[in-house]
Design a protein around this ligand. Structure first.
Ligand SMILES: C[S@@+](CC[C@H](N)C(=O)[O-])C[C@H]1O[C@@H](n2cnc3c(N)ncnc32)[C@H](O)[C@@H]1O
Length: 167
């Protein structure tokens, strides 16, 4: 007999503040200033102890403004029409609209973490934070997967990073 899925619910543990209301970069971009921060709900503030000792964190969020039904084959907006399976993509339109962004910690003041640029809309619900740990999280044999097959990989990879360019 097929196993029944387990029912569970996740709780929002904070909110992400960014300058983006309607358009955000496809991936985090390094930015200076204090425009990007994560505010943790006060009941979780003790959980931030020792986090400052890390340079980078994973920010796990719920893409709350997604309204489109997920499709199993998608065309990433930057990939020149290529169609790929949703689980081979970083699209936020997926069965569980959860995103994962790696950013640097600039400073932590009370329950607020100031970070480098995030790729989410202002007010995005925060699900979790985890430290990015050297060696554990760097994979020296990581590759580009299907991105390698794109004709104009170098140019298109500027699009995925949201880096402004002239051509
Ligand atoms: C391509 S996703 C990548 C997110 C994350 N870095 C990842 O790889 O899982 C980034 C895009 O998600 C969309 N987005 C960001 N915050 C969102 C939100 N709260 N609700 C819906 N869409 C959101 C924006 O269009 C942004 O350009």
């Amino acid at each position: 007999m097929p196993k029944k899925n387990i029912d569970f619910k996740l709780e929002q543990i904070g909110v992400i503040k960014t300058p983006y209301q309607e358009k955000a970069p496809y991936q985090p971009m390094d930015k200076d200033g204090e425009e990007f921060s994560i505010i943790i709900n006060p009941e979780y503030v003790d959980g931030l102890n020792d986090l400052k000792k890390f340079n980078y964190i994973y920010v796990i969020f719920y893409a709350h403004q997604i309204t489109r039904k997920p499709e199993m084959m998608i065309t990433p907006p930057w990939a020149d029409g290529k169609k790929v399976g949703v689980f081979s993509s970083r699209s936020p339109i997926r069965p569980n609209p959860i995103g994962l962004s790696i950013v640097s910690i600039k400073k932590i003041i009370e329950n607020r973490i100031y970070t480098s640029g995030l790729d989410v809309f202002d007010g995005t619900p925060l699900l979790d934070i985890k430290p990015y740990i050297k060696d554990l999280d760097d994979k020296s044999d990581a590759n580009y997967g299907w991105i390698e097959e794109l004709d104009d990989k170098e140019h298109l990879s500027l699009h995925i990073k949201g880096i402004p360019h002239d051509y």
